[in-house]
Design a protein around this ligand. Structure first.
Ligand SMILES: N[C@@H](CCC(=O)N[C@@H](CS)C(=O)NCC(=O)O)C(=O)O
Length: 143
């Protein structure tokens, strides 16, 4: 733990490797100079049940953090929560807060979808048949 980190800010971060939203949260924790324990799952929804147990029904994706015993799920909610509870080293500096929020929304709504579709697009471009969606499809997602 960092010397200046309050004892109450004990953070566990749940991730899968190479996930953009997980990298976002990791960068935010590091920007806030918060020490954290990282628990990494293999991609492919094996962790869905465990994540739902921690974060609640219907919440089976990562990233999630448990901070001071409180589960917070999803990259945007996590960043907003960190900003509220740890104001030092702002993630949304006042002068550019609107731009940062707009970029964050773009990352969440547009960029993440594009990144997820790249393996399928690549398979199609190389004539390897129809997309399977094996990695990017949630268990209860009709696809
Ligand atoms: N918009 C959500 C996206 C969450 C999401 O789709 N996470 C993916 C990783 S990028 C996931 O949990 N996938 C399950 C897996 O790959 O096993 C956020 O920003 O938190």
């Amino acid at each position: 733990m960092c010397p200046e980190q309050a004892a109450s800010e004990i953070v566990t971060l749940h991730v899968v490797p190479l996930s953009h939203p997980c990298m976002t949260v990791r960068a935010a924790l590091e920007h806030k100079v918060l020490e954290y324990e990282e628990i990494s799952f293999n991609p492919g929804w094996e962790h869905a049940e465990k994540i739902e147990e921690i974060y609640g029904e219907g919440r089976h994706t990562v990233p999630g953090i448990v901070i001071d015993g409180q589960p917070v799920h999803g990259s945007v909610s996590i960043l907003e929560h960190l900003e509220k509870t740890v104001p030092e080293n702002p993630l949304y500096p006042e002068a550019i807060a609107a731009e940062v929020s707009a970029a964050e929304r773009w990352g969440d709504e547009v960029f993440q979808e594009l990144a997820r579709s790249l393996p399928d697009r690549s398979r199609l471009a190389h004539g390897r048949g129809s997309p399977t969606g094996v990695i990017s499809q949630a268990p209860d997602d009709p696809g």
